[in-house]
Structures are given as structure tokens and as C-alpha cells.
Design a protein around this ligand. Structure first.
Ligand SMILES: *Cc1c(COP(=O)(O)O)cnc(C)c1O
Length: 363
């Protein structure tokens, strides 16, 4: 190779809109706002299978590897592109975290304003930092998420601004790209697809994606959809809204999901299940995924694996079934949770003997 000559550039990923354009509601006139989201790793699970004696072919779809650290980017690229196409002056959302982080980043890229209403004191620090650093106008509302959302809904009636909560249909259109990727990366359709359920937009979007890929003859079967809510925030499982949802998994702390009907349809049409897992089960899965698979995901993300472990113990699966678990977001957003499951490091004097003693049985 000549000096100063690189390898010829690999064809690089163009973001979900360009990669899956034929499945998305865009035209030549749509300005594409992208941070090259999507193409996230699909990782075969090995250590955990052995440790738990899980006789499954298990994969993680790690959507925490998206540009802002959650799957929300898949929907936000389309929502922002369509808002720009419509000539919107700003986007606005009510959010407890990842939606605001993603909206702020894509609005920055698109060069329009982002306005974020957050319920006071109910947001992980990493997510708040993201919204702020990307230049969003952030207001803390002295009230809960539902109150913040109703104010947002009223504002979009009065001003030329676009709502980018998941009731914006372009969000789910973009999010369905994750189902396409799973099929393209695996080369087949998994028998089961498991994911956490909060507002239920993602399970609705995945199911739509699988069905569209099937209709387009890209695949020839459909997976069974498995959704998992936190036990303290399980309105779909209980069949009624929850007034005060509570769980360590803040991204799924939702009492009255916006896409409730979509989630129930995904469950029933695919012959799947929507079940609840306890905070203890979620944290156990969160720790396992990090300690023995090397992936740091959000607590909410771990609900997918927690649910699969629960159903496995109930003999729900058959030997060797293929199961994909979506890990929806990055653990770096909410490092505080680590200290709920792992002890703080011990303090040792700067002395080799003391260090050796502290590492007894490890060295
Ligand atoms: C938004 C979010 C969820 C919940 O997804 P829904 O579409 O609301 O069901 C789960 N995990 C993470 C990390 C999220 O950001």
C-alpha cells in the first residue's frame, strides 16, 4: 500500500430511513435528519445460557448502541424529518427520559428547537444531561407525566410545533426498522421476540415491522411476541390503568400506555404473552447481562430477559427455540442503579501489601 493510502472505504450504514426507504413514508422532498441510527449489534448469548442452563438459542438486540443510547432514535429520525418537511419551527415532548434525549439530539441536527417538559425530579441524570447539552428548552413541571403530556397536547394545537411523543405515528414507523434488522442480521425469523413494555409503542412497532416484511415476502413466518411489564406498572397484565406506577425500571414506569391496543393486538395476533416481572427479577437480569455477557443496559431493558427466564421456568419454551430479547437502552444513562446491585469499591491504602491482602483469593 502507498504511504497515506487507506483501505477503500467500506459501504457504510446510512441510517434507517435510507436503508429501509421503501417501507417508510418519505419522498424525495423529505429532508432526512439522521445520526446513522440503527444497525445495532445482534449478539448471541453464550455464558448466560450455560450459567442458567437455558436450552434456548438466545440473542440480544442491543439498541442501547444507538446514537443517543436508546431505540428512541429509530423513531426520532423519521419524526424530525417529517416535522422539518412540514415546516415545523420546533418539536415538543413530555418525557421521563430517553424520548427527550433523542428529540433534543435530532432537533439539534435538524437545526430546529426542541422543547421538553419533564415531571419534576423523575428523570435519570444522564438523560436530563443529554437533553440539556443538545440545547433543548427543558421545563420541569410540578406534576406527573400525564399532566405534562396534556400540556404538550394543548400547545401543539396553538403553535406551529410538532409533538414527538409516541402518539406521533412516524415514531412507530421508524421503530419498526428494528424488526427488519433482526431478520436481516439473523438470516431467519426468530421463533420468539421478547421486549420490555412501557407505553407499548415498541412492541406495536416491532409487530408492524414483522408483518410488513412478511407481506413484502422478505420473510415467510412471524415470531411470537412476548412483552414484559414491571409488576408495579403492569396495566396491560392487570387489564386496568394504574394510578401510581412504581418500578426501579423508570423507562417502563407507565400506568396507562398510549399504545395499549397495539400491544394487545401484537400479543393476540402472534399468539404471544404479556406478563409481569418483579423489580427483583429485573435487577437480577440487569446484573447478569452486565456481569457475564458484557453488556451494560438500562434496568428497563433487562425486563425482556427477566421475562424469558420466568417463562423458561414455567416450561413455556421448547428445547432449542430461538429467542431474541431487545435490550432497549444503555445503562450509562442511569449509573445510580448499579449501586443498588453492586457494592461500592473498597478503599485501600497505597501500599502493595495492603493491596495484596485486599485481593486475597483473586490474584
Ligand atoms: C421507551 C423505553 C422503553 C419502553 O418502550 P415503549 O415503547 O414505551 O413500550 C423501554 N426501555 C427503554 C430504555 C426506553 O427508553
Amino acid at each position: 500500500m502507498e504511504k497515506g493510502e487507506c483501505n477503500s472505504p467500506k459501504i457504510s450504514w446510512r441510517g434507517i430511513i435510507e436503508e429501509y426507504r421503501e417501507f417508510l413514508p418519505v419522498t424525495d422532498k423529505t429532508p432526512i435528519v439522521t445520526l446513522k441510527e440503527g444497525n445495532t449489534p445482534l449478539i448471541k448469548v453464550l455464558n448466560l445460557k450455560e450459567k442458567l442452563n437455558l436450552d434456548l438459542e438466545l440473542y440480544f438486540k442491543f439498541d442501547g448502541a444507538n446514537p443517543t443510547g436508546s431505540f428512541k432514535d429509530r423513531g426520532m429520525t423519521l419524526a424530525l424529518s417529517k416535522a422539518m418537511e412540514a415546516g415545523s419551527k420546533a418539536v415538543i415532548c413530555a418525557s421521563t427520559g430517553n424520548t427527550s434525549a433523542s428529540a433534543a439530539a435530532y432537533a439539534a441536527k435538524g437545526g430546529i428547537k426542541a422543547i421538553v417538559l419533564i415531571p419534576e425530579g423523575k428523570i435519570a441524570l444522564g438523560k436530563l444531561a443529554q437533553a440539556l447539552v443538545h440545547g433543548a428548552h427543558v421545563l420541569q413541571i410540578k406534576g406527573n407525566f400525564d399532566e405534562a403530556l396534556s400540556i404538550v397536547k394543548a400547545l401543539v394545537e396553538r403553535y406551529p410545533i410538532t409533538l414527538v411523543n409516541s402518539i406521533n405515528p412516524f415514531r412507530l414507523e421508524g421503530q419498526k426498522s428494528a424488526a427488519f434488522e433482526v431478520c436481516d442480521q439473523l438470516g431467519f425469523v426468530p421463533k420468539y421476540h421478547a421486549l420490555p413494555v412501557g407505553n407499548a409503542g415498541n412492541i406495536t412497532a416491532y409487530w408492524k415491522g414483522y408483518k410488513e416484511y412478511n407481506s413484502a415476502n422478505r420473510i415467510s413466518s412471524l415470531p411470537v411476541m412476548l412483552g414484559f411489564q414491571a409488576a408495579g406498572a403492569a396495566p396491560i397484565v392487570l387489564g386496568k390503568p394504574i394510578e401510581k406506577p412504581e418500578t426501579v425500571a423508570t423507562a417502563i414506569r407507565i400506568g396507562n400506555p398510549a399504545s395499549w391496543k397495539g400491544a394487545v393486538a401484537a400479543r393476540d395476533e402472534s399468539g404471544g404473552r404479556i406478563d409481569a416481572v418483579t423489580d427483583g427479577e429485573i435487577l437480577n437480569a440487569y446484573k447478569l447481562i452486565a456481569c457475564i455477557e458484557g453488556i451494560f443496559c438500562e434496568p428497563a431493558s433487562a425486563a425482556s430477559l427477566a421475562g424469558v427466564i420466568k417463562l423458561y421456568k414455567e416450561n413455556y419454551f421448547r428445547t432449542g427455540d430461538s429467542v431474541v430479547c431487545t435490550l432497549t437502552g444503555s445503562g450509562l444513562k442511569d449509573p445510580d442503579t448499579v449501586f443498588k446491585v453492586i457494592k461500592e469499591p473498597v478503599k485501600v491504602e497505597a501500599n502493595i501489601g495492603k493491596v495484596e491482602r485486599a485481593l486475597e483469593g483473586i490474584l
